[in-house]
Design a protein around this ligand. Sequence first.
Ligand SMILES: CC(C)(COP(=O)(O)OP(=O)(O)OC[C@H]1O[C@@H](n2cnc3c(N)ncnc32)[C@H](O)[C@@H]1OP(=O)(O)O)[C@@H](O)C(=O)NCCC(=O)NCCS
Length: 170
Amino acid sequence: MTSASLPVVQLRVPTEEDAYAWHRVFDDPDVMEFHGGRSAEVSIYEEFTARQRRHDAERGFCLWTLLDEAGEVIGFTGAQPWPHESFGPVGEIEIGWRLARASWGRGYVTTAARITLERLRAAGVPSVVAMVDCRNERSIAVTRRLGMEAAETFGVPRTERKAYCFRLEL
Ligand SMILES: CC(C)(COP(=O)(O)OP(=O)(O)OC[C@H]1O[C@@H](n2cnc3c(N)ncnc32)[C@H](O)[C@@H]1OP(=O)(O)O)[C@@H](O)C(=O)NCCC(=O)NCCS
């Protein structure tokens, strides 16, 4: 695929208003299939976006709000410290993505994830992980497009779920 065919995206540090935009565009059973299966409340996104602003202030990167060519919020892509202490790749930098259903299938997240990797390299981050539910084929396909390699498999605490940990050296 040539660079000319890549969609144009913008990534910005989530604003306070973006909590409402994320809530609106993720309020869809397809989007939430591997995130508990149901929509999260606005308060969850208020805390989530505020946490990303803190990551940006402390580290210079975060899960950024993803905007399309028209400047509409269509999701998030970026990186954060792995947010759990008791399981998974504790202490590592995790890249992640979540996209509005209407925007799937256009290459937005792969494009945004490549920008994320460039920014992380520039920030001196040596390696990243991505944790993906074993059944989440679309997300596994993103990790393949990025050249990531499957490493460990983790059981997700208090669930029957398993997640693959993909890794990439930067
Ligand atoms: C995972 C998720 C982000 C993948 O979205 P996506 O649109 O399939 O991912 P990409 O941005 O990589 O786009 C790839 C698709 O766009 C197509 N495409 C079109 N132009 C493209 C381009 N220039 N570059 C790459 N792909 C392009 C690809 O062919 C592919 O379509 P296909 O699956 O029909 O073959 C999305 O399904 C999602 O948000 N799911 C719910 C939340 C979630 O599970 N998040 C991940 C948690 S680990």
